[in-house]
Design a protein around this ligand. Structure first.
Ligand SMILES: O=P(O)(O)OC[C@H]1O[C@@H](O)[C@H](O)[C@@H](O)[C@@H]1O
Length: 427
């Protein structure tokens, strides 16, 4: 028995005794008065007036009734309080924490159990459909997503750089240098850094003074959230077939707004969509200010390959390119192969399919939307040596940059939005 119950019990015992003590003398005195009136009919309190009054004027029958009534009333009230207290052990008056069927205790579970025959049968639960998983690293620097079928993608918020894209079998599609800076001190050497608002060193008045390839790849982006889509509602569907991660950057988020860019305002949404065998990366750039601005943009992707000697790029045959190594405009008749430094800018209709071929088989296929240019870059041996963040020594063999984008300048008028993107199929 709890302390409170013991105390109440003691009070009840006392009240009961007190009540007894109160009633008993009254009975006794009444009996005495009756017996005395029998024995001494003349010795009555009323002096023989014979009006039936008690011989003890302090306890009239009205007082007697009142006392009994009050004590019974208190007795009943205490019993009710005791019951309430006992019940409150199981049902707290209120709680901030929502109770669930598994956490809530019920005092009369056993007496409430329904007879087996009357028990409703359990409702069959539909099998759980696996869904894509998205997680944010503890230090809030990376977002990772994976599909129930095993594909995964990882994005560093610094530069919204896609660091990893793996197939269901765990094969990595992107190259990242083993010396890449992933701490936000430098643009990542590998993955998919974003080029905006200028490609290469600033080359016109609008971007004068901006760093090489712009500030998007060295700014901390915000993770805006995920959305997923189902390919099929058939019972045997393996669940959601893709997951889209959105990232945002606006002029107000820039650590240091370059003076050339102070008059411009923008908001960019970068979407990375992981599919079963493809990856989509797309940009929506909005001019949120009152002044028009010009920009270039590219998805500066480092594609992982086994050996550059076995690789070629198709879809760019007979397309003239700006040669950044040898200078001038050139054209090649066959698929592009790499056996020395390559740095070219192709202007090619977005409807033209481009592919990276490895050992005569397509390894990556590119579909472009509103991206009229393709840069093909590999530093080869000598230039690699000058790049402190490129490793291992033979790293140049392990990647080829095929960068889709718009090297052509775009003018974005106040209030307008530009959209463009790529879909890459890994084979
Ligand atoms: O070293 P960065 O700034 O990442 O640039 C790497 C390369 O990026 C390519 O896109 C350019 O065409 C090259 O000229 C450049 O060397």
């Amino acid at each position: 028995m709890s302390d409170i119950s013991k105390k109440i019990h003691n009070i009840l015992v006392k009240i009961a005794k007190w009540r007894e003590a109160l009633i008993q003398p009254l009975h006794k005195r009444e009996e005495e008065s009756v017996s005395s009136s029998r024995v001494h009919p003349t010795r009555r309190s009323d002096g023989g007036r014979g009006n039936g009054a008690t011989p003890f004027p302090a306890f009239t029958s009205l007082q007697k009734l009142l006392l009994v009534g009050i004590s019974s009333y208190i007795y009943i009230i205490i019993i009710i309080i005791k019951k309430l207290l006992r019940a409150s052990i199981y049902f707290p008056l209120y709680s901030f924490r929502p109770t669930t069927s598994s956490t809530r205790k019920h005092p009369s579970t056993s007496s409430n159990i329904m007879e087996r025959s009357k028990k409703p049968s359990a409702i069959p639960v539909s099998p759980t459909i696996p869904t894509p998983q998205v997680s944010i690293s503890e230090d809030n620097s990376r977002v990772t997503a994976s599909l129930p079928t095993g594909e995964s993608v990882e994005v560093l918020l610094f530069g919204a750089t896609v660091l990893s894209w793996k197939t269901a079998k765990g094969k990595e599609n992107l190259f990242v240098s083993s010396k890449a800076h992933l701490d936000g001190s430098k643009a990542v050497r590998g993955g998919i850094p974003l080029v905006f608002p200028n490609f290469g060193p600033s080359s016109n008045k609008a971007t004068e003074g901006l760093p090489q390839h712009g500030f998007a790849r060295t700014s901390k982006w915000e993770y805006l959230g995920k959305s997923s889509s189902e390919s099929s509602t058939l019972p045997n569907s393996s669940g959601d077939s893709s997951v889209k991660l959105d990232f945002g950057l606006s002029n107000t988020m820039l650590d240091k707004i370059p003076s050339e860019w102070k008059d411009y305002q923008f908001g960019i949404t970068y979407s990375v969509t992981l599919g079963r065998d493809d990856l989509e990366t797309s940009l929506a750039i909005r001019n949120t200010g009152e002044k028009d601005f010009e920009f270039q943009t590219l998805l500066h992707s480092y594609w992982a390959i086994d050996n550059i000697s076995n690789v070629s790029v198709s879809g760019l045959e007979k397309v003239s390119f700006a040669d950044k190594v040898g200078g001038g405009k050139k054209e090649e008749s066959g698929a592009i192969t790499v056996s020395s430094e390559v740095d070219r800018v192709y202007h090619v209709d977005p409807s033209q399919e481009i592919a990276i071929i490895e050992k005569d088989k397509p390894r990556f296929e590119f579909t472009r939307d509103m991206l009229p240019d393709v840069v093909v870059w590999n530093p080869w041996i000598e230039k690699s040596k000058t790049m402190s963040d490129l490793a291992p020594e033979d790293a140049y063999k392990r990647f080829i940059c095929v960068e889709t984008g718009s090297v052509s300048w775009n003018t974005l008028e106040a209030g307008d939005t530009w959209e463009g993107g790529q879909r890459i199929k890994a084979l």
